[in-house]
Write a protein that binds this ligand. Structure first.
Ligand code: ZN
Length: 107
């Protein structure tokens, strides 16, 4: 990551993408103890009404934009914000890159 650049997962380098992909394929027990994992706050996840599992941590998630096909990373810290502060649905996953999201909000 370049100095001074906020680590948003936007425009990741190939190295960053490879590392995120490697980590996302690890066992959850190993991910949980990884330095890039971010702890979840179960008290802030009470809005989630699911029979599925409530996450106890977040990990960087590489994804492909469904719109333009660009590879980006949904950062663990951004997932925490999305689920715990924005009260997003737990089944939501990043599907659009930063540029496409901005373009959709500002047509
Ligand atoms: Zn895109």
């Amino acid at each position: 990551m370049a100095k001074g650049k906020k680590d948003t997962g936007r425009d990741p380098s190939n190295k960053e993408l490879r590392e995120a992909e490697r980590i996302s394929n690890l066992d959850r027990d190993i991910q949980r103890d990884h330095p890039s994992a971010v702890r979840a706050d179960p008290l802030k996840l009470k809005h989630i009404n699911t029979y599925g599992e409530i996450p106890d941590f977040y990990i960087d998630r590489p994804f492909t934009c469904r719109n333009c096909g660009k590879r980006e990373i949904w950062k663990a810290a951004d997932q925490k914000w999305y689920y715990e502060e924005a009260k997003g649905h737990i089944d939501a996953i990043a599907v659009e890159c930063h540029d496409c999201r901005i373009a959709r909000k500002n047509p």
